[in-house]
Design a binder for this molecule. Structure first.
Ligand code: HSE
Length: 403
């Protein structure tokens, strides 16, 4: 019998319990053992819930019970989630988490603690909700150098942008709906301002490049300023506006890492990623491009990702296999300057392509009609792009980073 404890019985924690209940026989068959939730730590009591007898309020109960081998941290926030996770690892318990804020800020320390204590720290559910992406990057792509990752990493903002695009909804109505569906963070500003996507791209960059960039060092812009004009101009030529997290290793060894709204052109598969779905596109040396796609938020999809980690640990409990990974922590020189580093930018302006080309060399025209040119400029920094548009005397209707 494998005993587990759940820390935090909110959307994800209760999703974990439901996924265990729904898939019990399948899970036991796969891990060749039985599994039970022995404790659920929460501030609340849940009277009438089938889980009410498992509720405890003191982490010590879990820490001091040698029967609990796996702890599932689904609390959200860093306090006390980080401290509790550390205490569990030091008590010789493996920890699995969906908590991207903890992994993005302290993943290096937690992996070190897991290794030092001969246990594991796994975090599949911290990126992409239910999409298996962490384990495939770690295992299946292990023979590949990773060059670049671009992802639609936040279900709430993707849902809002899709509703604005497909149904012409206002930003606030679409947000209220995403909250009602349980996709949004407790404080939805973390979704809207890009913080949630930022934490996720930091985790992906750590996997790809071995350096955990602090979220505070990332150029991060949310979707608050996206208007119906941005969305409807993109729609004219089959493009879409998406919040995208990107990271890339630069030739000088620095890391380009950003989260911004992006124009996704019609030929990029991410243009079709709608609603609460997420997609993570990895560019790897031998494999080329690979895209992971699925539901990026929600109780059961995320619960299912947590279960994949629990089952991985459960299968190897006898042989242990402690966490091996180490992440360097970032210093200020690691991240390149987003203002001056060349990437791709998009604008819709009142000038013709011929009027633009004296100012911007490499342009890809996406759409023209009377008084409107929509184009992407490749290999240009934000600073130079702004300068060129001003020098050309363009009236700008929409301006975004481009994929
Ligand atoms: N608020 C997050 C999102 C939840 O909308 O993607 C999943 O991490």
């Amino acid at each position: 019998m494998i005993n587990i404890a759940i820390l935090g019985f909110g959307k994800v924690g209760s999703g974990v319990a439901e996924v265990i209940s729904r898939g019990y026989n399948l899970i036991c068959k796969e891990i060749q053992d039985s599994i039970q939730i022995k404790y659920i730590l929460d501030l609340r009591d849940f009277p009438g819930s089938p889980y009410q007898d498992l509720i405890v309020h003191d982490i010590k109960t879990i820490l001091e019970d040698p029967e609990v081998k796996i702890v599932c941290e689904t609390m959200g926030g860093t306090k006390p989630a980080f401290e509790y996770s550390m205490a569990c690892l030091r008590a010789g318990k493996s920890v699995v988490t969906s908590n991207k804020e903890v992994v993005a800020n302290f993943g290096n320390l937690l992996c070190d603690a897991a290794r030092d204590n001969g246990v594991r720290y796994l975090y599949e559910a911290s990126v992409g909700g239910g999409i298996p992406v962490i384990r495939p990057i770690k295992n299946a792509l292990a023979a590949n150098e990773i060059y670049e990752i671009n992802g639609i990493l936040n279900g709430t903002t993707n849902y809002i942008l899709t509703e604005m695009d497909k149904k012409g909804k206002s930003f606030d109505d679409a947000l209220a709906q995403a909250q009602a569906l349980g996709y949004a963070e407790r404080d939805p500003r973390a979704d809207i301002n890009g913080d949630d996507a930022c934490r996720k791209i930091c985790i992906l960059a750590a996997l790809a490049f071995g350096t955990l960039v602090a979220p505070s060092m990332v150029n991060c812009i949310g979707i608050r300023d996206i208007t119906q004009t941005d969305v409807s101009i993109a729609k004219k030529f089959g493009g879409a506006v998406k919040l995208v997290g990107s990271t890339k290793r630069m030739p000088d060894g620095t890391i380009d890492i950003r989260v911004t709204p992006c124009l996704v052109p019609p030929y990029n598969p991410m243009v079709k990623v709608d609603d609460v779905y997420n997609a993570i596109m990895v560019r790897a040396a031998s494999l080329g491009d690979v895209m992971f796609y699925g539901q990026g938020a929600g109780s059961l999809p995320t619960g299912s990702a947590v279960l994949s980690d629990i089952m991985d640990i459960a299968k190897h409990l006898k042989t242990k296999q402690p966490t091996q990974e180490t992440w360097e922590s970032s210093d200020s020189g690691v991240v390149c300057d987003a203002e001056t580093t060349p990437t791709s930018y998009y604008a819709a302006v009142n000038l013709t392509p011929d009027e633009l080309t004296p100012y911007i060399e490499d342009i890809e025209v996406l759409h023209t009609e009377d008084g409107l040119t929509a184009f992407i400029a490749h290999g240009i920094s934000h600073k130079s792009f702004e300068f060129a548009l001003a020098a050309a005397g363009a009236q700008v209707f929409s301006k975004l980073r481009a994929l």
